[in-house]
Design a protein around this ligand. Structure first.
Ligand code: ATP
Length: 457
C-alpha cells in the first residue's frame, strides 16, 4: 500500500500535477506547487464543491473573507490561547514530533513525571527517526503563523495568518444575513487558504503548513442542531461517493467526548483509507453558539438573529462541514489510480496506468490527436480542436506514436481522445476513444459536440 503513495507521488511529479515547491533551492519541507494539470484538477474540485454547496441550493451563499483578520478574532475564537498541539523532542536525535501522533504515547498527568520503566515495552512510543524511546516532556505549541502588519515590528502590529476560514463566516454573519435578508436555517460557504505551523507535516499533500479549505457554516435554531448535524454528515459523505470515491474506502468516525475541540458539542470525521491508514478527510462539527457568543462578547456587538415570525431574538447554533481541497485532491487521485493489463494493437497485452477520475474532476476532458504530423492532417485536426476547446478543457497532442499518446492521456485521466486520421479528410469522421472501456466510436465531426455533451459535464 505504501507503494501506492510512492507511485502516485512520482506520477504527480512526472506529469507536472503536484511537485515540491522551490525545488531549485532544495525545496521547502511540506510546501508543494500545483502544475498545469494540478491546477485544473484543483479548480474542478472547488467547482464541484461550490456547485453542490452553493449553486444548487437556495439556503447557502458564498463569502471570501480576508486571510489576515483582526487579531481580536483569534482571541475571541480561542485560537490564541488554545490552538496548540503537544510537542515532544527526541532526546537522542532532537527531532520534534506531535506527541499525540506517536503510537503508544499517553500524556503524563499534570504534576507527575512519567516513569518510563513502568510503560509496557510493546506500546512504548519510539522515535520514528532513530528508534530511541526517550522524549522531552510535551509542551504546548501554538499552530498559528504570526506576522507583522505595517513597517513596525512591535506587538501592537501582530497579525496571524488564519488557521481556518470559518471565523470569516462568524465575524461577517450579521452583515451577510442582513444584506441578503436570509432566514434561518441558512449557510455561508467559503473556499480559501489556511495556514497551520504543523509540527509534523507529511504524507505528500495530506498535511501541509499552507493548505486550502472548503468550509460551510450552517446557522440553525438551537434545538434543531442535532438533526442538521446528521443531515450534513450524510450529505458530505455522499458528495465523495457521487464523485467516484469507492464506498469501501470511506467511513464515518464520531469523536469521543474527550477528543472534541473546545467549541464542539459533537463531531464526526469522514475518514478515508489512505496507504498510511484510516485518516480524516473531512470533519463535520456541531459548533453550537460558541463562536457567535465569543464574538458578541469580545466585540461588544449584538450578534443575535431576529426571528420575525416568532418575534424573538436568539444566537443561532452552527453546524460546520470542513473539508480540505488538497486532502480531497489526494483522495481523488489515490482512489482513481489503477495499473491494468491492456491489449496492444498487435494482440498482446501491456501495462497501462490510468487515473479513473470522475469526468467532472478530470483536468482535461478531451484530447485531440492527429494520427500523424503529416501536413495534410494538421489543419483538419486543428479545426476539430477549435470546435471543442471553447466548451471543455482540451489538449492537442501530436508527439509520438498514437498508442503512446493514448497512454499519456490515460495516465492523467482524460476521458476522451479524438483521433483525426487520413480517412477523416474524405469521410468527415473521427474516432472517439473512451478511457475506461477503451472502445472506439467512429462518428461524423458534425455529431462530435453532441456526442461529447451527452457524456461530459
Ligand atoms: P488534524 O487533527 O488532522 O490536525 P483537524 O481535525 O485539526 O486535523 P480541521 O480543523 O477539522 O482539521 O480541518 C478541516 C479539514 O481541513 C481537514 O479535514 C482537512 O481536510 C483539512 N486540513 C486541516 N489541516 C490540514 C493540513 N495541515 N494540511 C492539509 N489539509 C488540512
Amino acid at each position: 500500500m505504501a507503494d501506492l503513495m510512492d507511485a502516485l507521488t512520482s506520477l504527480a511529479k512526472r506529469r507536472g500535477i503536484v511537485f515540491p515547491s522551490s525545488e531549485i533551492y532544495g525545496g521547502l519541507r511540506s510546501s508543494w506547487d500545483y502544475g498545469p494539470l494540478g491546477v485544473e484538477l484543483k479548480r474542478n474540485i472547488r467547482n464541484a464543491w461550490w456547485r453542490t454547496m452553493v449553486q444548487l441550493r437556495d439556503d447557502i451563499v458564498g463569502l471570501e473573507a480576508a486571510i489576515m483578520m483582526s487579531p481580536r478574532v483569534w482571541e475571541a475564537s480561542g485560537h490564541v490561547a488554545g490552538f496548540s498541539d503537544p510537542l515532544v523532542e527526541c532526546v537522542n536525535c532532537h527531532q520534534r514530533f506531535r506527541a499525540d501522533h506517536l503510537p503508544g504515547f499517553h500524556a503524563p498527568q499534570s504534576g507527575h513525571e512519567e516513569d518510563q520503566s513502568t510503560v509496557d515495552m510493546a506500546t512504548k512510543p519510539r522515535c520514528p527517526s532513530c528508534g530511541n524511546d526517550r522524549f522531552t516532556e510535551p509542551r504546548s505549541f501554538n499552530l498559528m503563523f504570526k506576522t507583522y502588519m505595517g513597517p513596525v515590528e512591535e506587538d501592537a502590529a501582530t497579525v496571524y495568518l488564519r488557521p481556518e476560514t470559518a471565523q470569516g463566516m462568524f465575524v461577517d454573519f450579521q452583515v451577510v444575513q442582513q444584506t441578503n435578508r436570509l432566514k434561518i436555517p441558512f449557510g455561508i460557504a467559503q473556499i480559501g487558504k489556511s495556514f497551520r505551523n504543523e509540527i509534523t507535516p507529511g504524507n505528500f499533500i495530506f498535511r501541509t503548513r499552507e493548505f486550502e479549505q472548503m468550509e460551510m457554516e450552517y446557522f440553525v435554531e438551537p434545538g434543531a442542531d442535532e438533526e442538521w448535524f446528521e443531515y450534513w454528515v450524510n450529505q458530505r459523505l455522499q458528495w465523495y461517493v457521487d464523485l467516484g470515491v469507492r464506498k469501501d474506502n470511506l467511513r464515518l468516525r464520531p469523536h469521543d467526548p474527550d477528543e472534541l475541540a473546545h467549541y464542539a458539542k459533537a463531531a464526526t470525521d469522514i475518514e478515508y483509507e489512505f496507504p498510511f491508514g484510516w485518516s480524516e478527510l473531512e470533519g463535520i462539527a456541531n459548533r453550537t453558539d460558541f463562536d457567535l457568543r465569543q464574538h458578541q462578547q469580545f466585540s461588544g456587538q449584538d450578534l443575535s438573529y431576529y426571528d420575525q415570525e416568532n418575534d424573538r431574538r436568539y444566537l443561532p447554533y452552527v453546524v460546520e462541514p470542513a473539508a480540505g481541497v488538497d486532502r480531497a485532491l489526494l483522495v481523488f487521485l489515490l482512489d482513481a489510480y489503477r495499473v491494468e493489463e491492456a491489449p496492444t494493437g498487435s494482440g498482446g497485452t501491456e501495462k497501462r496506468t490510468v487515473l479513473a477520475l470522475h469526468r467532472e474532476l478530470a483536468p482535461i476532458k478531451v484530447a485531440v490527436l492527429p494520427l500523424s504530423r503529416q501536413e495534410s492532417l494538421v489543419p483538419e485536426a486543428r479545426r476539430v480542436h477549435d470546435l471543442l476547446r471553447g466548451k471543455w478543457m482540451t489538449k492537442y497532442d501530436d508527439a509520438g506514436s498514437i498508442g503512446r499518446r493514448y497512454r499519456r492521456q490515460d495516465e492523467v485521466g482524460t476521458p476522451y481522445c479524438v483521433t483525426v486520421d487520413f480517412d477523416t479528410l474524405t469521410d468527415r469522421q473521427v474516432t472517439v476513444r473512451d478511457r475506461d472501456q477503451m472502445t472506439q466510436d467512429r462518428l461524423p465531426i458534425d455529431s462530435l459536440v453532441g456526442y461529447l455533451r451527452e457524456r461530459l459535464p
